[in-house]
Design a protein around this ligand. Structure first.
Ligand SMILES: [Zn+2]
Ligand SMILES: [Zn+2]
Length: 265
């Protein structure tokens, strides 16, 4: 299996040394793992979710060194990626940083609605200001915008809006169709992200219905643990594989130098 979504302590909210993540990937029997720490965001976005911009070159150097070490010791192939927020008012900043290094993979993530990091447990009180249908509609509109931006190879945790268990009153499937269409038109892959199993929603991102909509439109899929600790690398991948099969997938895609290559499930 391939784990294309792994964080490092540089983001300030993950624990463990990079070598421990690679060791954990080896213990899980992963073929490939990709570090995808958070890309720095410009002011006035909060600065505590990501590494500082000045740290980005050191992050890149650390991943390349970890890749060398892993190769020398028969470990999993280690790739260089990044998780870049969809910040519609900071497009040039994000585009510039993505272009500043030779990444294998760029994950696109909607974590912000305006200035609200809606997936931050410390900001959960702000859900009270939203009617759930309005929140879901706004969220999926931003996912479509992110896919259509052309910045990203993969849209990560594509229904993150469910993280804390918020559900819409209406049938969400039209939003899933909209998302699948946006991914298809943009040539983006969809991420099957097992972190949701560890969150209050207690299920993989995305839901089976959303993944089926992607499959119907021929959108390729990747797998990621979104590990923020070494023990989380490759976690829940048996369930991810089951979900993919149930949705009709028999392969996923891996990215090297931002080019997709099919890998059998
Ligand atoms: Zn994320
Ligand atoms: Zn992440």
């Amino acid at each position: 299996m391939i784990d294309l979504h792994v964080h490092t302590a540089r983001c300030g909210h993950a624990t463990g040394e990079m070598a421990q993540y690679v060791e954990a990937g080896r213990a899980r029997g992963l073929d490939v793992m990709c570090f995808t720490d958070h890309l720095p965001m410009p002011e006035p976005y909060p600065q505590h979710y990501t590494m500082k911009a000045a740290e980005l070159p050191a992050y890149v150097a650390d991943v390349l060194a970890a890749a060398c070490d892993s190769r020398a010791t028969g470990g999993p192939e280690v790739l260089l990626g990044v998780e870049a927020d969809w910040l519609p008012d900071a497009f040039a900043h994000v585009e510039g940083l993505i272009a500043s290094h030779d990444f294998d993979l760029v994950l696109g993530s909607v974590h912000f609605l305006g200035d609200w990091a809606f997936d931050d447990p410390d900001l959960i009180a702000r859900y009270d200001a939203w009617e759930s249908d309005v929140l879901w509609e706004r969220y999926f509109d931003e996912v479509a915008n992110a896919a259509g931006s052309g910045l990203y190879d993969v849209i990560a945790h594509p229904d993150l809006v469910k993280k804390f268990g918020t559900r819409p009153d209406v049938d969400p499937r039209p939003w899933y169709e909209q998302t699948a269409l946006a991914l298809q038109e943009a040539g983006c892959a969809v991420e099957v992200n097992t972190a949701g199993l560890r969150k209050p929603c207690r299920e993989i991102y995305p839901s089976l219905d959303l993944l089926k909509a992607c499959r119907r439109r021929g959108v390729p899929a990747t797998t990621g643990s979104d590990a923020h600790a070494p023990a989380e690398v490759g976690e829940g991948f048996d369930l991810a594989r089951e979900l993919l099969r149930e949705a009709g997938y028999d392969s996923v895609v891996c990215f090297r130098k931002r080019v997709a290559e099919e890998v059998a499930l």
